[in-house]
Design a protein around this ligand. Structure first.
Ligand code: ATP
Ligand code: MG
Length: 665
């Protein structure tokens, strides 16, 4: 067993895996095996130190990474599938949710509390803002939600918000009131948003030290991947669990810190040694992921950042092909080029079998998706919410959510008049005021509305019918009927499916419902399912991930992953670096953009393409662009320049002839 576990590890990696008790910090560059070390250490603690699976807690950055870690562990440690699933491996959010469900009553929630996604959060804050007649051009619901989330990342609650948190102090009162109302509404409806998960966990531990103590004694070792991107609240969370025994192993890379906008603090690396004295620091320098040329280009780039901790990476692998730099005419040309190169590469038997296209901003994927579709190249979207974001899926899930938890007001509002059953805004307002007066949920408010005939006959009948339908579904769920089947009843009896069948693209929508149904058939734990949908994005994409050869992802979501072939597109001033970083001409912002580019480049194992377009479609027309400054920071001798160098066609409107290729399609 041991030989197996320590196979294919270099000496410092081995040292890290087998380091005994006490704090350990592994600081190392991309692709040096940090995640591998962390995973093996987890297995080693079980097989060699005799820890049980429940005595170790490992934090990953994404749910996908957590799943991969579980799979690896199962290769070394014999666990039945149930035990593998129950291992404490997950994101900060996921594990907080799990602990909160175990103790929900202590902080005034029930254990089937719902986690809101961004759309739900916005809907809730919009409603509250309307109630308070708060209308503001700057403070849109979206901005309110982002601001509140950032405050929570920094550990701030409504009571901590002061005038100083505002550029315009006059905003303070109204917005902190809204924040307070928002928190109250969440509590009333048994909901939490992402930020709450950690904040509530810390609050739980402060109020019930014996609960914290149970976890502290339970987890004898704590492991954290991607440590450079922990924020203040996450740090406190981790410290609360680990400080008394100090058995904490963190791995990170200061050059890959890309979440400062979400409150990640590089200080956490610098302060670690202070908070955990006698920390053993281990550095890894050998890169096992990328070819020599890719590594060289990435190292050159990141060298332009100041204030790095500084490390050198080397590889004993081959140099590999040069880095391709492609100058496209416009966005379509770029997408077309990428799709063609991928098609060619995947077609060759000996070539790489997987490729990733990385973008800075999510909106950049549209034109790429179109090109991939036209070439019939199947692809997977990472970190996107494609499937679950679709209206019909959200509607269907809202039905199920309401049956699962009758106090889910957001779900109630979403479907009360979907399909149309004459229960419009006016009827809803009546239910809302009754619910408000009784300090209860909309569902229970609606029950009183029916019982006391507070609405006209024409509306009472369909409302009563709706409530009965939901109650029947709730009873079915309680009786253990599978969620898939319950959903099926809901969709049929509510008439929702019928309305879809005559809707635009109805067939496709019904197919989506069928897909959801198939998912739910295997699901026994509905609370867990909703949690995964919210925390993960799209379980369907996850399922496909293994088979799809092409991945489309933002740079942020690609962290920690690797692909033989990587296309970093849109390398233009304004896109990468992002225009916000340029506008403020702020060095910190630019350095973060450079780190983001570094993260992207170091995902590549065999071949890296960097592309930019001379014209980019913006504000309804093709605007000339400038190549990213980061392209100039790469060593020329390892670059292969491609693209049309047609000097006479420079300037606006000069490339129409060329562009015909696309209009002809
Ligand atoms: P990142 O900073 O991007 O998260 P990382 O430091 O976590 O990277 P890993 O993903 O753990 O690096 O490893 C990169 C690749 O190198 C993986 O494919 C891994 O399997 C491989 N690898 C790591 N260490 C070794 C080793 N000693 N021998 C062979 N392959 C290795
Ligand atoms: Mg990693």
């Amino acid at each position: 067993m041991t030989t197996h576990l320590l196979d294919q590890l270099n000496p410092p990696q081995k040292e890290a895996v087998t380091a005994g008790d006490g704090p350990v910090m592994i600081l190392a560059g991309a692709g040096s095996g940090k995640t591998r070390v962390l995973t093996r250490r987890l297995a080693w603690l079980m097989t060699e130190q005799g820890l049980s699976p429940y005595e170790i807690l490992a934090v990953t950055f994404t749910n996908k990474a957590a799943r991969e870690m579980r799979e690896r562990i199962a290769e070394w440690v014999h666990l039945d599938p149930g035990a593998t699933r129950r291992l404490w491996i997950g994101t900060f959010h996921g594990m907080s949710a799990r602990m909160l469900r175990q103790n929900a009553d202590q902080i005034g929630f029930t254990n089937n509390f719902l986690i809101l996604d961004a759309a739900d959060q916005e809907r809730m804050i919009r409603k509250l803002a309307e109630e308070q007649q708060f209308a503001h051009t700057y403070w849109t619901p979206k901005r309110l939600i982002t601001t509140i989330s950032r405050w929570k990342d920094g550990g701030l609650g409504p009571e901590d918000i002061t005038e100083e948190h505002f550029r315009h102090p006059q905003d303070w009162h109204k917005i902190s009131t809204l924040f307070t109302r928002y928190q109250a509404e969440l509590r009333k409806t048994n909901c939490m948003d992402f930020g709450d998960l950690l904040v509530h966990c810390l609050k739980l531990w402060r109020q019930y030290p014996e609960t914290l103590d149970r976890y502290r004694r339970g987890f004898r070792h704590i492991l954290v991947d991607e440590y450079q991107d922990t924020n203040k609240v996450q740090y406190e969370w981790m410290q609360a669990l680990a400080s008394h025994h100090g058995n904490l192993c963190v791995v990170g890379d200061d050059d890959q810190s890309i979440y400062s906008w979400r409150g990640a603090r590089l200080d956490n690396i610098l302060n670690f040694e202070k908070d955990f004295p006698n920390t053993r620091i281990i550095r890894l320098e050998q890169n096992y992921r990328s070819t020599g040329n890719i590594l060289k280009a990435a190292s050159h780039l990141i060298d332009h950042n100041m204030g790095r901790m500084g490390k050198t990476l080397w590889t004993d692998g081959p140099d590999g092909p040069k880095i391709v730099r492609y100058a496209a005419e416009d966005g379509n040309d770029e997408a077309w080029f990428v799709a063609n190169e991928i098609k060619r590469a995947l077609a060759s038997r000996s070539g790489p079998h997987q490729a990733a296209i990385l973008v800075r901003a999510a909106h950049q994927t549209r034109v790429l998706e179109e090109a991939l579709n036209r070439q019939n190249i199947p692809y997977q979207m990472m970190g996107g919410f494609r499937f679950m974001e679709r209206a019909e899926i959200k509607d269907a899930l809202a039905y199920l959510r309401l049956a699962h938890s009758l106090s889910d007001d957001l779900a109630f509002e979403r479907i009360i008049n979907t399909p149309k059953r004459k229960l419009g805004d006016k009827a809803l307002a009546t239910m809302q005021s009754v619910a408000l007066a009784d300090n209860t949920s909309l569902f229970h408010g609606a029950k009183r509305v029916v019982a006391e005939n507070l609405l006209g006959k024409a509306t009472t009948a369909p409302l009563a019918q709706f409530l009965a339908l939901i109650e029947k579904a709730a009873a079915e769920l309680d009786a253990g009927v599978s969620p898939g089947e319950v959903l099926d009843h809901l969709m049929t009896e509510s008439g929702y499916r019928d309305t879809l069948s005559i809707a635009d693209r109805g067939e496709e929508k019904i197919e989506n419902l069928l897909e959801l149904h198939a998912f739910l058939q295997q699901e026994t734990d509905l609370t867990g399912f909703f949690e995964r949908v919210i925390l993960d994005g799209d379980p369907q994409d996850e399922a496909r991930a293994a088979t799809e050869q092409v991945v489309l992802s933002t740079l942020h979501a690609a962290k920690g992953l690797e692909f033989p072939l990587v296309f970093l597109v849109g390398m233009e001033e304004g896109l990468l670096p992002h225009k916000l970083a340029i506008q403020d001409n702020d060095e910190t912002g630019l350095e973060e953009e450079r780190r983001l580019t570094y993260v992207g480049m170091t995902r590549a194992k065999e071949k890296l393409y960097l592309s930019h377009a001379k014209f980019r479609y913006m504000y309804n027309r093709n605007e000339p662009t400038r190549p990213s400054r980061f392209l100039r920071e790469l060593p020329e001798e390892i670059m292969e320049i491609k693209g049309f160098k047609v000097t006479t066609r420079q300037g606006i409107g000069g490339f129409h002839g060329y562009n015909n290729r696309f209009s002809r399609r």
